[in-house]
Ligand binder design. Structure first.
Ligand code: C2E
Ligand code: MG
Ligand code: MG
Length: 695
């Protein structure tokens, strides 16, 4: 019974007695006030009231009159009427207003229903207003909401048009069925168990439900289920009012998708991966069934990105993700973990299979990617950790795969590495270096030593190279070979280089102030620093601060750069040149540089790497060395050999025209106080040695 049931729940709240009866006078519903009125007047038991005929409430004569009135109303199509009817208790006269509740769905419900209001006064107008209000509410509810009524067992007894519309079922297909008909299987059994527990207790349940249409599409409804409790305290029926929130849910799902996926490759992101991994681990804590974590990091991706543009970089990442996805059905999940980092969790049981799989991944990555008709080549380094052997927590497993990847990168790119105890040890050491170096940069422990650069022809010291030394309270002496790479990886190198620049320039100026003849001071600047666009500014500020003529500052940058790095270093070098600073290419012979760029960069000095000097008697190296010296000369670049330890090396270099020498042969790097006694005093041990050796 459509309207009645919907109105029913509202009528129950009204502040005067209302009965809903049919044309025979059978009471089908009443509100609290009616219950009070009759149980007070007649001591009727609340539970009985529902099953009675109106004859039992008011005197028979008038009950008959009422029923006649109702039939009269039907016959003459009257919708409302006021009558005076006595209650069974003759002592009080109650006036009655009747409203015919029109049934829209007459074939389903043959009963004509009437709303009878009994009150001390007629209040037809008020009642009408209330009915209108109820009808408005009903209308609003019906129009705006998806309404369904079920019996106590959950069988659908009523659905409104909106319900049919959204579920795409005909009314007849729904009546008599339960809500399983629209079940989407999205929610757990527990979800519905809680729902039923709540409404069976007579409590209102609210929540969001994902349902399925007849055609198999999904929709979301914000649902309120109101249980109606009968006179005996038992739930008689449930009215559910739903609102379509599919659009909102889609938007929410989209937002969730964005939060958990990478925009570029559409792969799950780091957040998703960690959650997923956490769940996976929890499920396996008991069985300990193994799986592997593969973490790949593209080698020198940043350089590719910077040199060829982000479009090429993006294209490459997309292509690689597509290839990896197709790789094998052992892949449980492939996530983009960071800029150029991918993580795969794979259902693999043995280390042998894991290594095979890793190699497959690396092969896929190595295949060229064509962007705008041009092939791009990239390699990756891959670290592997294993559940449960390498960790029982998600962060731990990822971290260890990452450590193994870094270990691989340091040793050689483009291969795969399992996590092991050795890696753990070296990583712990790095972490401790980072921590202590950070402190040292803020407090103390770092100092500079200076190594003379000698012109063996003029027998003069013409400059010094500043080299950093670190004595850590906790770690003891740590060599630059160990802490510089850590500083580069962690970004501490910016601070470190600035610290060196500042202290070296300060020292150079102090020597000048002491009246010593000015000499060039060389400072090593890490390539990583060139990625930050502040180097020129930093150098300029320091030179101004100490009022040092830029001509006395030399910047050494390692030649061990890739061709791509060279490109972005180029502009900064030119800016430094414009400041008036000298530029030196360090470790020359170890990189990929061409003489073409040496000219373009307007390099002042070229430092032949120690390895060449030390292998001078190997004929192949001798030829290369000769070529380097010759070409530098042709380009007008000053050549210096570093790491010269023996006289033979010096003679050999001199023979080929390299007169500038730096090395233990003359002096080890020393602290400022010691070195100044040597380099500014022509009678020093250093000068004695120079004069003795350089005949
Ligand atoms: P480098 O710039 O090529 O410095 C030359 C290295 O060779 C220094 O090692 C120096 O002590 C060493 N050396 C000099 N003469 C000889 C010799 O005759 N025989 C041998 N075997 N070695 C000699 P050091 O001080 O350990 O520095 C190693 C590297 O660390 C440097 O190579 C440089 O690349 C880097 N480094 C040192 N200090 C700094 C710094 O303040 N900033 C940056 N960014 N890098 C630095
Ligand atoms: Mg150097
Ligand atoms: Mg060097």
């Amino acid at each position: 019974m459509k309207e009645i049931n919907v109105i029913d729940m509202i009528i129950k709240q009204l502040p005067f007695a209302i009965l809903i009866i049919n044309q025979d006078g059978d009471v089908s519903s009443y509100n609290k006030k009616a219950e009070e009125l009759y149980s007070h007047e007649h001591r009727y038991d609340f539970r009985i009231l529902e099953k009675i005929n109106v004859e039992e409430l008011i005197n028979q004569e008038y009950a008959k009159a009422l029923v006649q009135k109702l039939n009269w109303m039907i016959q003459y199509n009257k919708s409302k009427v006021n009558v005076v009817l006595d209650t069974v208790n003759y002592s009080r006269v109650y006036k009655t207003s009747i409203i015919h509740l029109r049934q829209e769905n007459a074939e389903v419900n043959n009963d004509e229903m009437f709303l009878v209001s009994i009150h001390k006064d007629h209040f037809f107008d008020e009642l009408e207003a209330v009915i209108k209000e109820l009808d408005d509410i009903r209308y609003a509810l019906e129009e705006s909401s998806i309404v369904a009524i079920t019996d106590a067992f959950g069988a659908i007894t009523y659905v409104n048009d909106k319900f049919c519309e959204i579920s795409q079922y005909e009314r007849e297909e729904l009546i008599g069925k339960d809500h399983n008909i629209v079940n989407s299987s999205h929610h757990s059994k527990q979800f519905f168990r809680t729902l039923w527990q709540t409404i069976r207790k007579g409590k209102v349940w609210r929540g969001e439900i994902k349902n399925k249409t007849k055609q198999g599409n999904y929709y979301w409804v914000d649902t309120t289920i109101v249980p109606f409790v009968g006179a005996d305290g038992k739930v008689t029926q449930f009215v559910s009012i739903r609102n379509d929130i599919t659009d909102r849910k889609i938007a929410e799902e989209k937002i969730r998708y964005i939060a958990y996926h990478d925009d570029l490759t559409q792969l799950p992101n780091r957040r998703y991966l960690l959650k997923y991994l956490d769940k996976k681990i929890k499920r396996r804590l008991e069985s300990k069934k193994p799986f592997f974590v593969f973490l790949m990091d593209l080698d020198r991706f940043k350089i590719l990105n910077d040199s060829f543009g982000h479009r090429a970089g993006d294209r490459l990442l997309i292509k690689i993700s597509e290839r990896l996805l197709k790789l094998s059905n052992e892949i449980d999940i492939l996530a983009r973990y960071g800029g150029d980092e991918f993580v795969i969790l794979a259902e693999i049981e043995s280390k042998e299979q894991a290594m095979e799989f890793a190699q497959k991944c690396l092969r896929e990555i190595r295949k060229p990617v064509v962007v705008n008709g041009q092939p791009y080549y990239i390699t990756a380094s891959l670290g592997i950790s294993q559940f449960p052997a390498d960790g029982l927590e998600e962060e731990e497993l990822i971290k260890r795969a990452e450590m193994s990847m870094y270990f691989m990168k340091e040793n050689s790119n483009n291969d795969a590495q399992f996590y092991n105890e050795h890696i753990k040890g070296s990583m712990d050491r790095k972490i401790s270096i980072e921590k202590n170096l950070r402190q040292a940069l803020e407090t103390e422990g770092l100092y500079l030593v200076y190594q003379p650069k000698v012109n063996s022809k003029t027998k003069q010291v013409y400059g010094v190279e500043a080299l950093t030394r670190w004595h850590s309270k906790e770690l003891g002496f740590v060599s630059p070979g160990e802490f510089i790479p850590v500083a580069e990886e962690t970004g501490l190198v910016y601070q470190l280089d600035s610290w060196v620049l500042e202290n070296a320039c300060k020292q150079a100026k102090e020597w000048q102030k002491k009246g010593y003849p000015p000499i060039t001071i060389a400072v090593n600047i890490s390539v990583a620093h060139f990625e930050k666009n502040e180097l020129v500014q930093v150098v300029n500020n320091i030179l101004e601060k100490y009022e040092l003529d830029p001509a006395y500052l030399e910047i050494e940058i390692t030649e061990n750069l890739s061709l791509n790095e060279i490109k972005y270093v180029h502009n900064i070098l030119l800016d430094l040149k414009n400041l008036g600073v000298q530029i030196s290419i360090d470790d020359f012979g170890t990189g990929y540089s061409s003489f073409g760029y040496l000219r373009k960069f307007q390099i002042d000095h070229l430092k032949i790497d120690q390895s060449f000097v030390q292998r001078f008697n190997i004929s192949e190296d001798e030829i290369i060395l000769q070529a380097i010296i010759q070409l530098a000369k042709n380009l007008g670049i000053n050549v210096i050999a570093e790491g010269v330890e023996e006289k033979e090396q010096l003679y050999f270099l001199k023979k080929h025209g390299c007169y500038n020498i730096q090395g233990y042969l003359f002096s080890k790097p020393e602290k400022a106080e010691s070195i100044e006694k040597e380099i500014f005093n022509k009678n020093s041990n250093l000068y004695l040695k120079i004069n003795e050796i350089c005949v």
